[in-house]
Design a protein around this ligand. Sequence first.
Ligand code: SAM
Length: 375
Amino acid sequence: MNYIFPKLKVASENDEITSSKIIQLIDKLTEEINLEKDEFLYILNNITEKEITYLNKKAYDVKYKHYQNRVYLRGLIEISNHCKMGCKYCGINYKVKTIKRYRLTVDEILECCKSGYLLGYRTFVIQSGEDSYYTDELLVDMLKRIKEEMPDVRVTLSLGERSKESYQKLYDAGTDRYLLRHETASRRLYEYLHADFMSFDNRRECLSNLKEIGYQVGAGFMVGSPTQTNEDLVEDLVYLKELGPHMVGIGPYLCHEDTELKGNDSGTLSESLAMVALVRLILPKVLLPATTALGSLHTIGREKALKTGANIMMPNISPTENRALYEIYQNKICTTDTSNQCRNCIEGRIVGVGHVIDLGVGDHIDIERVTDNDR
Ligand code: SAM
C-alpha cells in the first residue's frame, strides 16, 4: 500500500496537542468551508485513524444536512476501451497491447440505456477511452435518440478531452453533465503520470470550457498514485475549491501490471476516504460518488464512503461480455454481473448501511434545470 499520510503508515497515535489541533482544524473547516494551504497540509501530515474517524463523521453530517441518507444511482455504460491517450496508470491506454479492444454502436448504447431505464435509472453516464470513432455527429445522433425515447433522463458524458466547439455541440444536443477528472492539480505529478504529448493546461482548459458552456461538471483525482505527496493533495483541494465543480470523483490509484507504472503500490482506503471527507467539507453540496475503485480496493469500500461524504453510486449497465475488457485497473468489481444483478447488489449495499436509493435524476441541489427547450 502506498501510504501518503506519514502517521498512518506507522499506525501511531498523536499526542494530545497534535490531536486537538487537528480536531480544531477540522471544526474550523466545517464552519468556514475552507482552510489555508498550510492548515490542510498540517492535517494530512499528522492525521491518524482516530482523527480520520472524526473527520468522516463531520463529512457525514454535512452530507446529511444537504442530501440526508439518499443515494442517487447512475447507470454507467462503458462504451469503448479504445484510447489514444497515454495515461501511464491506465490499463486501456494506447500502449497496452494485452487487451482486446471493443466499442459499442449507437444502437447498442441505446439498448443499454433502455435496460437501465427499466431498472429505474434516470441518469446514464456514458464513459469511454478517448476514441475518435465517436465523432460529434455520431454522438449528437445518439443523444437525440436517448432524449427522444427517454425525455425524463439526464445524460452525463465522460469521453475525455475534446474541443470547446465539440463540447458545445454535445451540450446543445442534450448532454446535461460532463465528467473529466483533473487527475491531479500538481503540474509535476500530472507530467509524471502522463505521456509527453498530454497537457496539464489543456485538461484544465477543458474543465473551464465545460463550466462556461453550462454543463454540470465533474472533476476528480486519484489518491496514492506513484510519487504523489501530501502537497500534491493540498493542490487538489485548492483547485477544487477554486473550480467549484458539481461533482467530484475520488478513488484510490490501483496498480495495473500491464502499464508503465507496474510494480507500484496502490492507494489506501483510509486516505481515499479522508480525501472524500475533506472534499465534502470544502464543497458541502457537491455530488460525490462512492467509486468503483473504492469497491475494488476493499469489499465494503463504497459503503464506507457512504458513511462519510459520498452520496452517489454508479451501477454498471454495460453489456456483461464487455465489462472485463474495460480494465482500467485489475481486479475491478462487477465484471461478470448482469445489470439486474448490479442493481440488486447495489441496493442491498446501500440499505445495509442505513441509506436509501433515490431514483430521481439527482441534480446538484443548486441547479436550476435548464430544460432542453431552453438551450
Ligand atoms: N477517457 C476519459 C477521461 O480521460 O476522462 C474517461 C475514462 S478514464 C478511464 C476514467 C478515469 O479512470 C480516469 O479519470 C482515471 O482517474 C481513472 N483511472 C484510470 N486508471 C486508473 C487506475 N489505474 N486506478 C484508478 N483509477 C484509474
